[in-house]
Ligand binder design. Structure first.
Ligand code: SF4
Length: 406
């Protein structure tokens, strides 16, 4: 069968001016602009809202959303599919669904990776949007063969990680990836490694698992227990005796940057002990691949949490990795509540939120202190300013009720 020619667009269709009013209407916030212009603070009675210096849509998300809107604008009649969520934000995904864009998987893209038949619905007449986190080599290849229009919104910072792990695979290093194995981005990154015949990867979720890798390198960990731990999160046929001889560290772009650096340091130290300083370059390499936007947001919340705030509200999708990390950083310095939108703030006494490290949303009590209070606000890289604005207005409303009752 003759292979159809791939038609890939990564730059949009020159319709930025046409889509701007829609984007402004759906996502922009004049209140947020006003607070930014007032030294990032807003006073309302006893309450002061303090905004982080960097929060909300990052350059990669901006581009992904623009490309989706431009595609709809350019092809009003075409069937347009999204592999799964374009970014981890309910508001944005619902808007795209309202615009008639269909989701090939309601769940994460990794569902498609495990079941490529979900792509059967796509024909060469259609357009397919690849999310900002990217997609695996297999999914991209299957779509190329269909000859459909591929609008690839993969963020440049994600592509930079792929280039890194591809280099590791070519040079005989096993890619040790600090990330969440089931996250779309990490799945796509792993597939970049295994496209090379000798490419190997192992994914570690944090320092605990990185410690196990170090112990194995140093001969302090049992082979069976190691394989039990990593059999599902390493490349097929992973042999720790062979595949941990040369390690190149990388990370999902949205992990905690401090933790990623510590993990690289742990691995480097274990390799140095095992192979000696002189041979270290042959056995270890590392390039930090946290994206600039993630780093800026983490630095800003650290600064805000360390200032005079009584609590922090972190706004963003519950499945958003970078939002979860902002909450973790905040929580180390003051009480922090991760909420996905304003509806989660039920009253001055009750708040629905996802505690750090938990998978379920819980209802917290008495979250808003009495009297004068300073509340820090930040939002993940996939959260529109409009959603953050709604949260701020809801907090002000709850605080006003409290003031009135005093
Ligand atoms: S968080 Fe970073 S890697 Fe992810 S889309 Fe934004 S800029 Fe790109």
């Amino acid at each position: 069968m003759k292979e159809k020619k791939a038609n890939i667009n990564r730059i949009g269709f020159g319709l930025k001016k046409e889509i701007k009013p829609m984007l402004n209407e759906n996502y922009r916030s004049s209140l947020i602009e006003q607070i930014r212009a007032s030294n990032y603070e807003l006073a309302a009675g006893d309450l002061t809202i303090c905004l982080a210096r960097e929060f909300g849509f990052c350059y990669g998300v901006d581009r992904a959303v623009d490309l989706a809107y431009e595609t709809r604008q350019r092809f009003p009649e075409k069937t347009i599919y999204l592999l799964s969520e374009i970014i981890h934000n309910q508001r944005v995904n619902s808007k795209l669904a309202e615009m008639g864009i269909k989701f090939l998987s309601e769940e994460e893209t990794s569902k498609i990776e495990k079941n490529l038949s979900l792509l059967d619905a796509v024909t060469h007449h259609d357009a397919v949007l690849v999310p900002a986190f990217g997609a695996s080599v297999e999914v991209m290849e299957r779509l190329r063969q269909k000859g459909c229009l591929l609008v690839d919104t993969t963020c440049g910072s994600v592509v930079a990680v792929w280039r890194q792990v591809e280099r590791y695979a070519q040079e005989g290093f096993t890619a040790l990836i600090h990330g969440k194995f089931n996250h779309e981005e990490t799945q796509a990154t792993c597939s970049r490694v295994t496209q090379y015949p000798k490419g190997k990867f192992i994914v570690v979720s944090g320092k605990k698992q990185a410690g196990k890798v170090c112990e194995y390198v140093l001969g302090q960990e049992d082979r069976k227990s190691f394989l039990d731990e990593f059999s599902k999160t390493s490349s097929s046929g992973f042999d720790p005796d062979r595949d941990l001889e040369r390690i190149g560290c990388a990370n999902q772009t949205t992990m905690l940057s401090g933790e990623s650096m510590e993990i690289a340091g742990m691995i480097e130290s274990a390799m140095k002990t095992r192979y000696g300083e002189k041979d270290l370059n042959r056995h270890f390499c590392h390039f930090e691949t946290i994206c600039r936007a993630t780093q800026d947001r983490q630095d800003s919340i650290l600064q805000l949490a360390g200032s005079r705030v009584d609590l922090i509200i972190v706004v963003g999708g519950y499945n958003s990795s970078n939002t979860g990390h902002l909450c973790k950083i905040s929580n180390e310095l003051c009480p922090a509540y991760h909420v996905q939108d304003a509806d989660e703030i039920i009253s001055k006494n009750e708040i629905r939120h996802k505690p750090v490290g938990e998978t379920e949303v819980v209802t917290g009590q008495n979250w808003l202190p009495e009297g004068k209070v300073r509340i820090g606000i930040t939002a993940g890289a996939s959260t529109p300013d409009r959603v953050t604005e709604e949260v701020i207005l809801r907090v002000i409303q709850c605080a006003k009720r409290q003031t009135r009752r005093k």
